[in-house]
Design a protein around this ligand. Structure first.
Ligand code: NAD
Ligand code: FES
Length: 279
């Protein structure tokens, strides 16, 4: 059992839970994730380890409540517990050792960018983060990323920071030159747009993919993606890949396959509880 020690609402549908998991806190590396099961028989949910506190023996999980299972998870309160947490899973991020890195986080993907920026900062890499949300209230992890380097905040509606998508700001920063690598995590159209900017410039770009995961062990095939014309499993071969090699069209198609099931699951939620993140 993993006790919840703290809970915070980061945006209208994103919640942070700090959870006791001392062994995982000790050995986790940037880019790795866990699979969480709230209780017996509950759905298994893959979640990035957004942060860890070695002293407290806790890890931070950031959950976007878009379906019944995630809604159930964020309903937990401090003092309550999650039954199973498996991990850390996946390959750690390929971190450069020096130079300048551009870390781009779209919406809830910013929570995934945070440990990458932490790892880069610890190595002495100059970190520039560009993070974005639909409006001010959807921007997350801004103070945490400020501790690691310069941050440019963008909002779709211009309610805070720069008006526009994160890719607009990224285009300007890339034009200045001097960026050795880009890490981009967020909605698939955002990552695809980042890759469209960096590929002609030849700037290496790492993206984190979030296909549907079931077992997290490479056995079920649920998380298969096409990278460099080869089938890869995001859970064991990723979740991070060379963005210039990813087939984003196929990823979009596969994510769309499950939309109907998600709608049905959401429809079973009590009125007004699960609908906020639905597009
Ligand atoms: P969102 O739709 O609110 O977008 C967040 C930001 O991404 C926007 O503010 C904008 O700056 C940028 N963006 C969005 N669409 C863009 C486009 N077409 N071109 C350029 N930039 C664009 O994001 P959200 O609701 O926080 O996240 C939802 C999606 O992110 C879900 O589909 C979820 O599955 C995915 N996600 C991905 C990962 C991952 O590991 N890749 C992790 C968590 C969530
Ligand atoms: Fe089953 Fe990756 S989640 S193969």
């Amino acid at each position: 059992m993993h006790k919840i020690t703290a809970k915070a609402r980061l945006s209208p549908n994103v919640t942070r839970l700090d959870v006791e998991a001392p062994r995982i806190a000790q050995i986790r590396r940037p880019g790795q994730f866990v699979i969480v099961r709230r209780g017996e028989g509950a759905e298994r949910i893959p979640l990035t380890i957004a942060d860890a506190d070695l002293g407290a023996g806790t890890i931070a999980l950031v959950i976007q409540a878009v379906g019944k299972s995630t809604q159930d998870l964020v309903a937990l309160e401090p003092g309550e517990a999650i039954t199973d947490i498996s991990g850390p899973l996946g390959h750690p991020t390929e971190l450069i050792a020096s130079g300048r890195a551009l870390c781009i986080g779209g919406g809830v993907g910013t929570a995934v960018v945070h440990p990458i920026a932490q790892g880069l900062h610890q190595r002495g890499v100059d970190v520039l983060s560009i993070i974005g949300g639909r409006s001010k209230e959807w921007v997350i992890f801004e103070p945490e990323l400020h501790r690691l380097g310069k941050v440019i905040v963008c909002t779709d509606d211009g309610s805070y920071g720069r008006h526009g998508f994160v890719t607009d700001a990224a285009k300007d920063e890339l034009a200045h030159g001097g960026i050795n690598i880009v890490y981009a995590v967020g909605p698939v159209p955002m990552m695809r747009a980042v890759v469209k900017l960096t590929k002609p410039l030849g700037v290496r770009t790492i993206v984190s993919l979030n296909p549907v995961m079931v077992d997290g062990t490479g056995m079920c095939g649920g998380c298969r993606v096409d990278v460099g014309h080869q089938t890869k499993f995001a859970c064991v071969d990723g979740p991070e890949f060379d963005g210039h090699e990813v087939d984003f069209d196929l990823l979009m198609d596969r994510l769309g396959t499950y939309r109907e099931f998600e709608q049905q699951s959401l429809a079973s939620c009590p009125e007004g509880t699960c609908k906020i993140g639905l597009k």
